[in-house]
Each structure stands twice: as structure tokens, then as C-alpha cells.
Design a protein around this ligand. Structure first.
Ligand code: HEC
Length: 110
């Protein structure tokens, strides 16, 4: 893949030089822009059940407790739904879910 090849070709130091949100998201860290987009999507789609800024969830689980290394599980659960949790496949694009993960995985500290 293009980004992988770029990183492999230029070494680990290149990571700190990347500024594009997409490239940074792929490397595991998240850009402030992606986190902000995820926070907005969360407020729009998720907070009715999971609580404003993930606090005091009305019904869904406390997403601040969600494992920080659970990217794959997050994407699967959000895309396809899980038990009481609806599927978001028809509402959100994969890049939206990536932005949501960028936000949720920060734990939204004060
Ligand atoms: C209609 C209420 C509702 C909405 C809206 C909702 N959720 Fe959930 N969510 C739940 C419930 C209930 C659970 C617990 C499911 C279970 O494990 O039984 C859950 C669980 C989850 C989990 C944990 C899944 C796992 O693998 O354990 C994640 C991640 C999650 N929600 C993310 C989101 C995101 C992101 C959004 C917004 C796009 C969202 N939820 C919107 C109700 C909701």
C-alpha cells in the first residue's frame, strides 16, 4: 500500500513529519482534525445512548472504558452492530468510523 511503502522507504523518522490526517491515522496516532471530526460525529450519532462526551451514558456502555487497542473490534461493532447496538453501515462511511475511533480512543480527557 502506498503509505506503507512510503514509511518503509523513508524510515521511522518520517512518522513525525507526516501531517496529513489520513496518513497519521494509518500510523496509529490521530491528528487533531480527525479527532475533532470524530467528536462531531459522536455528538450527532452516538451521544443519545453513550452520553455527551462519552460521560454518563444513558443506555450504551461507557466508551471511555473501551480497550484502546480495540480498533478492529470497534470498527466491526460499529459497522455491523452488536446485540442492542444498531448497525451503522447505512449511515456512516468507513472514514467516519475511523474518525470516531480517533475520538473514542482519546478517552476525551478534560
Ligand atoms: C440506540 C442506542 C445506541 C446508539 C445511538 C449507539 N450505541 Fe453503541 N452501544 C449501544 C449499546 C446498548 C451497546 C452495548 C451492546 C452490548 O454489548 O450489548 C453499545 C456498544 C457499543 C460499543 C462496544 C461494542 C463492543 O464491541 O463491545 C461501541 C464501540 C459502540 N457502542 C460505539 C458506538 C458509536 C461509535 C456510536 C455512534 C455512531 C454508537 N455506539 C451509537 C447503544 C447505542
Amino acid at each position: 500500500m502506498r503509505i506503507g511503502a512510503y514509511l518503509a522507504g523513508s524510515g521511522f523518522a518520517a512518522l513525525s513529519l507526516l501531517s496529513s490526517g489520513v496518513a497519521v491515522a494509518q500510523s496509529g496516532a490521530s491528528s487533531p482534525e480527525l479527532v475533532a471530526k470524530g467528536a462531531a460525529l459522536f455528538a450527532e450519532n452516538c451521544q443519545t445512548c453513550h452520553g455527551a462526551r462519552m460521560r454518563n451514558p444513558q443506555w450504551g456502555i461507557d466508551l471511555r472504558q473501551f480497550p484502546r487497542d480495540g480498533n478492529t473490534r470497534f470498527v466491526n461493532s460499529v459497522t455491523y452492530g452488536k446485540r442492542q447496538m444498531p448497525s451503522w453501515e447505512d449511515v456512516l462511511r468507513p472514514e467516519d468510523i475511523e474518525a470516531l475511533w480517533a475520538y473514542v480512543s482519546t478517552g476525551d480527557p478534560d
